[in-house]
Write a protein that binds this ligand. Structure first.
Ligand code: ADP
Ligand code: MG
Length: 307
C-alpha cells in the first residue's frame, strides 16, 4: 500500500480492502452466510414513528446479520436508532418496512400472536435501569421465577436458584433489589432474562449505571454465558471497552449500520459497512478532515478503492 497518500486515502483504502475481502468471504453484512448459521437477519429495516409534529425516521434501511452464538456490540450516538433496533429484533415493535428474521421466524410476516409468543419464549431483555428489569417487591429469586411461572414451566424455584448461582448470587436469593448493589442488580437482571432459555439476549445499555470495573465484570459474565449457553447476544453500550468484551461491534448512524470494529489479536480493525447496493457511510471525522462533502471521485487501484 502506498503510504505517501494522505491519511484519509490510507484509512479509506485500508478499510475498503478489508470490506472487499470480507464481502468475498461473506462475513461483513453476511450476505453469503448460510441461513442456518444466522440467528438474526435484518434487511432494509425502516421504522417510522408517527408523532404529532410529523414522522420520525428511526431506522432508515438498516442491514444486519448476527450469527448464532455471536455476541454483538452496538454503538451509536443518542437517537441513532439502537433501542428501536432492539425493539424490532425483540418482537416488541413491528417494523414499518423491511425484513427481520430471528431464529427462523419471519417477524414481519408472522401473526401478531406468533410474534408475542416469540418475544415471551425466545427473547431475554436486559434494560439499562434496574427498575425496568426487576420488581422491587419481589426477592431476587422471585424475580427470576416470574418469567418461568408466566410461561407455565415446572421447577421454577430450582431453576431460579441455579441461575442465581450461575451469576454469582447464590447467597443473595432472598434479597430485594434495593438491598443489592448496582452490579448485583445487573446480575439478577441477567438471570431473569435467561430464565426461559432464550435464543437471543438483547441488552440495552446493561452497564449504563455502573462504574468501569463493575461493568467489566458484568460484560465478562455475559461473555461467559455466551460461551456456555450459546445464546446470541446483542448489547447496546457506550462503554469505551465494549470491543474488548464482544466478538464484533457495529456502529449505527442515522438508523443504518455504518461501521464495524473487530478485535483481531491486539489490534482493533475498523471496517466500513458496504450494504447490498454498495452504499457506504464515511466516518464523519474523515469527511471533515478533507472537506469532501458534495462528492469525491472513486478509483479502483489493484486491491484498493481510492476516493
Ligand atoms: P437510541 O437508542 O440510539 O438513542 P432510539 O431508537 O431510542 O435511539 O430513537 C431513534 C429516534 O426515534 C430518535 O429520534 C427518537 O427520538 C425517536 N423515537 C424513539 N422512540 C420513539 C417513540 N416511541 N415515539 C416517537 N419517536 C421515537
Ligand atoms: Mg436507546
Amino acid at each position: 500500500m502506498d503510504d505517501t497518500r494522505p491519511p484519509i486515502d490510507r484509512a479509506i483504502g485500508r478499510a475498503s480492502d478489508v470490506a472487499t475481502d470480507v464481502a468475498t468471504d461473506g462475513a461483513a453484512v453476511g450476505a453469503q452466510v448460510a441461513a442456518e448459521e444466522l440467528m438474526i437477519r435484518c434487511r432494509s429495516l425502516v421504522q417510522v414513528y408517527r408523532v404529532g409534529g410529523g414522522d420520525v425516521l428511526a431506522l432508515q434501511g438498516l442491514d444486519l446479520d448476527v450469527r448464532r452464538g455471536e455476541m454483538l456490540g452496538v454503538v451509536g450516538a443518542s437517537g441513532s436508532g439502537k433501542s428501536t433496533l432492539l425493539s424490532v429484533v425483540g418482537g416488541l415493535l413491528a417494523p414499518t418496512a423491511g425484513e427481520v428474521v430471528v431464529d427462523g421466524i419471519d417477524l414481519v410476516r408472522c401473526s401478531r400472536r406468533r410474534r408475542e409468543r416469540y418475544r415471551r419464549e425466545r427473547v431475554g431483555f436486559v434494560w439499562q435501569h434496574s427498575a425496568q428489569n426487576l420488581l422491587a417487591d419481589l426477592t431476587a429469586r422471585e424475580n427470576v421465577e416470574r418469567p418461568l411461572v408466566v410461561a407455565g414451566r415446572p421447577g421454577a424455584r430450582r431453576r431460579a436458584e441455579e441461575l442465581l448461582e450461575r451469576v454469582g448470587l447464590g447467597d443473595r436469593a432472598s434479597h430485594r433489589p434495593t438491598t443489592l448493589s448496582g452490579g448485583e442488580q445487573a446480575r439478577v437482571a441477567l438471570a431473569v432474562a435467561l430464565a426461559t432459555e432464550p435464543a437471543v439476549l438483547l441488552a440495552d445499555e446493561p452497564t449504563g449505571e455502573l462504574d468501569r470495573a463493575t461493568s467489566a465484570d458484568v460484560f465478562e459474565l455475559m461473555r461467559d454465558i455466551s460461551a456456555t449457553t450459546g445464546v446470541t447476544q446483542v448489547v447496546v453500550s457506550h462503554d469505551p471497552d465494549l470491543v474488548d468484551h464482544v466478538d464484533r461491534v457495529v456502529g449505527i448512524r442515522d438508523g443504518r449500520t455504518s461501521t464495524e470494529l473487530r478485535r483481531i489479536d491486539d489490534d482493533v480493525e475498523h471496517v466500513l459497512v458496504v450494504d447490498e447496493v454498495g452504499r457506504v457511510q464515511l466516518p464523519l471525522d474523515a469527511v471533515d478532515a478533507l472537506d469532501v462533502r458534495g462528492g469525491v471521485t472513486v478509483r479502483v487501484e489493484g486491491g484498493s478503492i481510492v476516493l
